[in-house]
Design a protein around this ligand. Sequence first.
Ligand SMILES: [Zn+2]
Ligand SMILES: [Zn+2]
Length: 465
Amino acid sequence: MIRIQVLGAAGGVTGSCYLVETSRARVLVDFGQFQGPDARGGSNAVLPPALDRINAVVLTHAHLDHSGRLPVLCKNGYRGEIFATAATSDLTDAVLADAAAIQEQDTDAENRRRMRAGLEPLVPLFTRADAECIRARMKDCGYYRQIPVAEGVSVLYREAGHILGATSVEMTVSDGGETKKIVFSGDIGPRGVPILRDPDPPESCDLAFLESTYGDREHPPAQAAIDALIRIVRETIFNKQRVLIPAFAIGRTQMLLYYLGEAVRHGKLPASTPVFLDSPAAMRATMVYRKHEELFDGEAAKLAKTGTFEQSLKNFRIVETATESRSLNESWDPCVIIAGSGMCEGGRIVHHLRHNIWRRGTALVLVGYMGEGTLGRKLGDGAKQVYIFNDPIAVRADVFKLDGFSAHAGRAELIAWPEKLARSRPRIVLTHGDNGPRASLAAGLKERYGIDAELPMRGDVLTLA
Ligand SMILES: [Zn+2]
Ligand SMILES: [Zn+2]
């Protein structure tokens, strides 16, 4: 009998983790961080059951909600391998180094408060040193190959089209003379975006876990957002002002750079437009994208043969040091600054906001989801004044919210994803979505294929006999 326990991202979108068990093997699929409300009650410190008997970890992609607790495994004695595509492995390095640095800083700040209040200090979930230990455990894999990961368990990585290196996992599990196929969709990207190949769903299985993040809605068309972005950049630079774009390090930033370069190639933006990338995490991720050009799709692959896809921007610069970053604010020269972090909660963007958003004519472009209570959310909601480093700052900049750069498939594409799979009449289990979206996706799947999807909660166990 095969037993699969859902250990996260069930009725929520964070903390992805599954434990697959047979009489001979125990394999973990993803070990991601819980974030926001899902993180309450110390969820991130909870270890998988009987960690010492886990034989292998299989990682779908590098995002923090899938990879973000791997250092906790190693810190607690896990010595097995972590299987991932080579690009995922490289991006995971960048993601975990960044996450560890943030945790160390946050814990330091919290501990100063606790010390003054006479309380015991806290320890971070993991440190930079813990994060660095992961590299030695990573086993880089290719796409579309059968990879044995534990006794009686092998996986095949398929394209998920979500971020570079992201996969859907087809797992073949043999136990007691029976062989079953289990599919983990991972996070599924929208079709037709530049740089990434389209998602490539498996063709048959016994049981499929399908993500349901946007199970209840469609995204606005990407083209409208791209056109708006290019118009804002062109007009703001023409008016000798600045464009600030808070950067989501992986995927979104590389996509924005691609669109800016494309606009130059199509004569919609002057090649001389100065663009600064000022985010250590986004810089590392951009380097990983360049290193793995073999995974690029279509036009990006063609461009990669002659250089990088940002090369159309003649004045593109990566800002490496904090000093260089500060020096950007010593003048008012018009430029585009893409800086971390995405929701404006720290990182170099905060300094650029402080120096620029009180000036009329500055354009602030928000291109992603802004969590409740974040500075990005306040600016997006039209605050006339915000506090940055305890200073009141007037908001006179024009704030633009552009939807349409999502890395997730919308409802129709999620419903279409199991089209071929559905012929083998598998069980479909919906995870990685809030309850509203996954109920809506379940209704869509029922209507299209007549399959009643299962909606487990965290801790539930499914069995395959
Ligand atoms: Zn993801
Ligand atoms: Zn995810």
